[in-house]
Ligand binder design. Sequence first.
Ligand code: CA
Length: 237
Amino acid sequence: MSHIVVVEDEPAIAELIAINLRHAGHEVTLAATAEQARYEIDAVLPDLVVLDWMLPGQSGLALARQWRAAARTRELPIIMLTARGEEADKVAGLDAGADDYLSKPFSTKELMARIRAVLRRKAPEALEDVVEVAGLRIDPSTRRVCRRTDKGEIDLKLGPTEFRLLHFFMTHTERVHSRAQLLDRVWGDHVFIEERTVDVHVKRLREALAPANCSCMVETVRGAGYRLTQHANAVQA
Ligand code: CA
């Protein structure tokens, strides 16, 4: 479900991390240099980056700073790896914008646990947890969406894109998302898909939610984008 970019120039370590991540169900892209990493992230925004500090050419630290300074990658979850275990390095890594920091050698078990913790905090849409908002319930592991009412549960049928869109909205309620942000975070691509595509799928999502009377939870914010709210007037139980 989640897409992770691993930036690491030592092939043995990169492979070890990739194998463990794939085993845990993540999709992995490897990059051996800062330049490659930039290229990958310009194309598709991942859910998280595991970033080695010491890279040939530009350092991971400088790369993290660049990502933090750009609007599109400001929120990108980053876990920094380093062979240097000094307190001052850890502080520098976190100051550069890393969400967490691991010294080599580290156990892959610990790395997996930290990845999960950072995703839970910053990219909950990349996890499989059941989410419920105003009686509307989505379960990524069973792909089921339903609404609980006094009379029982109403099952809703959603297409795969509408499912991902609803899951993203439900893990980021009340916030307004621009069409470009939705393309990045739901489609994973901001360049090759027209923004109008978002409108088409929002319309389909509202239609899919109609049998449970919760289409109005998906609000259009004029000139800004869309948001999911649990305070919609017409949400009827
Ligand atoms: Ca290295």
